[in-house]
Write a protein that binds this ligand. Structure first.
Ligand code: UTP
Length: 299
């Protein structure tokens, strides 16, 4: 079984749900307290033992590359001012992991974005993480998937259960439980099903572990839902060809490319923040319309 060493993170989308904030700033650079969303995602990859990140970027996203680069001038200024803590933080970011960028010239869809990584990934299984999908968990979500991969040796998509009325916003999988915990063998996938098309509520989130055959399939995938080259369509073909698993990951997932999801992510991160957490929780109690609760935040 080939080792998974690389993670592809597509960040070339337009981010229209977050306009006007994303007119000049990539949505992946919107901050959750003092770090951009993309840093949390790269840190998950690093904590999972991955060796290389491949960013799929587009025009206007250079701030993301700069964020993970070494900044000689800033480094000098901080040294002169003896700002040791900030220096350490910046060095931590630029030393996190090797980052390679590949351009997606037009936003033709997530499937198209992943296809752009073909030359850099080569003939190896790899991870895909969406640049705006944040997962908070004790064991990093990617690590959970890698542990399962070591047992099943096939492609895996991370899933979560969503209310039935929300299935139309997701790629939905249908399948049978396997002998492995929280794991299903996929029989069918539907991208954003209309009501009544599927009775499953198992929604694909922004974490995938894929066999390299996906690239050849993507080369032949025609535009689907919304006129875009859909990753889900190619996943269905890969699943038919050699089988695929869905894994109900442990943790909390936030779509930080959506305004409400982004707010929820901030609240979650802030509540467990080592220096701000207690004061923030007190603030939530103070502003709660249900009145202060000594034990639990009630709204
Ligand atoms: P989204 O569905 O969130 O699309 O893409 P988007 O364009 O970024 O944002 P909205 O919906 O207009 O607000 C999911 C992920 O796939 C990437 C995005 O950057 C995001 O990380 N993506 C999407 C690409 O890299 N290229 C594409 O053509 C489409």
């Amino acid at each position: 079984m080939k080792k998974v060493r690389k993670a592809v993170i597509p960040v070339a989308g337009l981010g229209t749900r977050f306009l006007p904030a994303t007119k000049a700033i990539p949505k992946e650079m919107l901050t959750i307290i003092d770090r951009p969303t993309i840093q949390y995602i790269v840190e998950e990859v690093v904590a999972s033992g991955i060796e290389e990140v491949i960013l799929i970027t587009s025009d206007g996203k250079s701030a993301i590359e700069k964020h993970f680069d070494y900044d000689y001038e800033l480094d000098n200024v901080l040294k002169q001012k003896n700002k040791q803590e900030l220096l350490a933080e910046l060095n931590h970011i630029s030393n996190l992991i090797d980052v390679v960028s590949v351009r997606q010239k037009k936003p033709l869809g997530l499937g198209h974005a992943v296809k752009m990584a073909r030359k850099v990934v080569g003939d190896e299984p790899f991870l895909v993480l969406l640049g705006d999908d944040l997962v908070r968990s004790e064991t990093p979500c990617c690590r959970q998937m890698l542990d399962l991969y070591e047992q099943v040796g096939e492609s895996i998509v991370a899933i979560q259960r969503v209310p039935m009325e929300q299935t139309r916003n997701y790629g939905i999988i249908e399948g049978e439980a396997t002998g492995h915990e929280r794991t299903y063998k996929i029989s069918r996938m539907v991208e954003k099903p209309a009501p009544g098309v599927s009775d499953s509520n198992m929604a694909i989130i922004g974490r995938y572990l894929l066999m390299p055959e996906i690239f050849e399939i993507l080369e032949n995938t025609t535009p689907g839902h919304g006129g875009e080259i859909q990753l889900t369509d190619a996943l269905q073909a890969l699943s038919n060809r050699r089988g695929m698993y869905a894994y109900e990951f442990q943790g909390r997932r936030y779509d930080a490319g959506d305004k409400l999801g982004y707010l929820k992510a901030i609240v979650d991160v802030a509540m467990s923040h080592p220096t701000l957490g207690e004061a923030f929780k007190q603030h939530l109690k103070d502003v709660c319309p249900c009145g202060p609760s000594p034990k639990k935040i009630s709204c």
